[in-house]
Design a binder for this molecule. Structure first.
Ligand code: CP3
Length: 339
């Protein structure tokens, strides 16, 4: 069993720096497109055998040190009572706008409402046994609220921010309900066998540090505190958090995910001995190999040999990246850090 990823999450020394890529299963892989061409994205998420197959693809193709469950942050929102489609971006038929909408949301029974997620985790633990650890994941309450209130992706999530400022009681009730759901969802993944959990807060960095502290931190903190974390490290990734790392750190968690807007070494100076994950600009994978290698070296130099580094991109891999480039990047990290 390759334990480098989990060891690095706990800040332990490793024989070489572990690496995986956010969104490592997906459309940039022809193997994924082959499976995906026979069903919709949601059908793929809801069929454990297929979800497991595409979860393992990048482990075999890229040689990464961890697998991440194939699903979506919005999977558990559908059984809260919100009709969901992917086109390919997520679309909710009826976004949340009023207190009555919030009150109508259900807290799913994970074993019966999202059995396919838990079955995929169990199946993957069997299939991955001799390979790499399995990461489970969920969205942070704020990022989930962004999609639930807006109804789809957005540049500024103005509907959600309007609710946050102008109808703070509705916002608080919604965030509270999402946090409760999220805690049960992630604990169910842990119980099913997930060996680490990543919390994706893709939009948390769109707020000022003061607003993050007021409107986001209390919920993510309650979520992380409520997880059954013994032996299961929690990676907290807030995109755009570079200017407020000391506040985001208060949410708890074992590993801080970093995007590429921050110098990894400077981030580590602020975070003390908290392990970090990141932080190559995903578009570097469009560069010639010499430049990919230069950028990998730069990030490693910023880390300056400190333990507790998990190499990753600073956000998800883009669908137009040639797989050979991702393979080359993973190989660079392993080759340049081998002890
Ligand atoms: O990392 C992995 O390989 C696991 C799979 C994974 C998916 N979504 C599969 C997916 C993970 C970890 C996610 C997380 C997710 N989903 C986030 C947080 C991370 C991030 O990228 O910021 C967010 C914001 C979403 C919501 C979402 N789902 C969007 C905006 C989209 C459409 C555009 C896009 O980026 O692909 C999706 C659809 C989606 N989720 C696809 C995949 C493979 C594409 C669907 C398809 O095959 O047509």
């Amino acid at each position: 069993m390759n334990n480098r990823f989990l060891d690095a999450c706990w800040g332990k020394p490793v024989d070489r720096v572990p690496v995986w890529l956010m969104r490592q299963a997906g459309r940039y892989l022809p193997d994924y497109m082959r499976v995906r061409s026979k069903c919709t994205f949601l059908e793929l998420c809801k069929t454990p055998e297929l979800a497991a197959e595409v979860t393992i693809q990048p482990v075999d193709i890229l040689g990464v040190d961890a697998a991440i469950l194939f699903s979506d942050i919005l999977t558990p929102i559908e059984p809260m009572g919100m009709e969901l489609d992917f086109v390919p971006g997520p679309v909710f038929a009826k976004p949340i706008r009023t207190m009555a909408d919030v009150e109508a949301l259900k807290i799913p029974k994970m074993e019966t409402d999202v059995p396919y997620v838990l079955d995929a985790v169990k199946l993957l633990r069997k299939e991955l046994a001799a390979k790499v650890p399995l990461i489970g994941f969920g969205g942070a309450p704020f990022t989930l609220a962004c999609y639930m209130v807006e109804g789809k992706g957005s540049k500024d999530f103005a509907a959600l921010k309007k609710m946050m400022y102008a109808e703070s009681d509705v916002y608080a009730a919604l965030m509270d309900k999402i946090t409760t759901m999220d805690m049960e969802y992630l604990n169910a993944q842990i119980k099913a066998g997930a060996q680490a959990i990543q919390i994706f807060d893709t939009w948390g960095g769109m707020l000022s540090p003061a607003d993050y502290e007021r409107y986001v931190l209390p919920y993510t903190q309650r979520l992380i505190n409520g997880l059954d974390r013994t032996n299961v490290p929690v990676i907290h990734f807030v995109k755009g958090a570079g200017t407020m790392l000391e506040i985001v750190k208060e949410a708890g968690g074992d590993v801080m995910g970093l995007d590429w807007h921050v110098n990894l070494g400077k981030a580590r100076d602020i975070l003390g001995d908290m392990p970090v994950q990141g932080n190559l600009d995903p578009t570097v994978l469009f560069a010639p190999n010499e430049i990919i290698e230069r950028e990998v070296k730069r990030v490693l130099a910023e880390n300056a040999g400190r333990p507790g580094l998990i190499f990753n991109l600073g956000h998800g891999i883009l669908p137009t990246v040639p797989p050979e480039k991702a393979i080359f990047m993973v190989d660079c990290v392993h080759r340049l850090t081998q002890k």
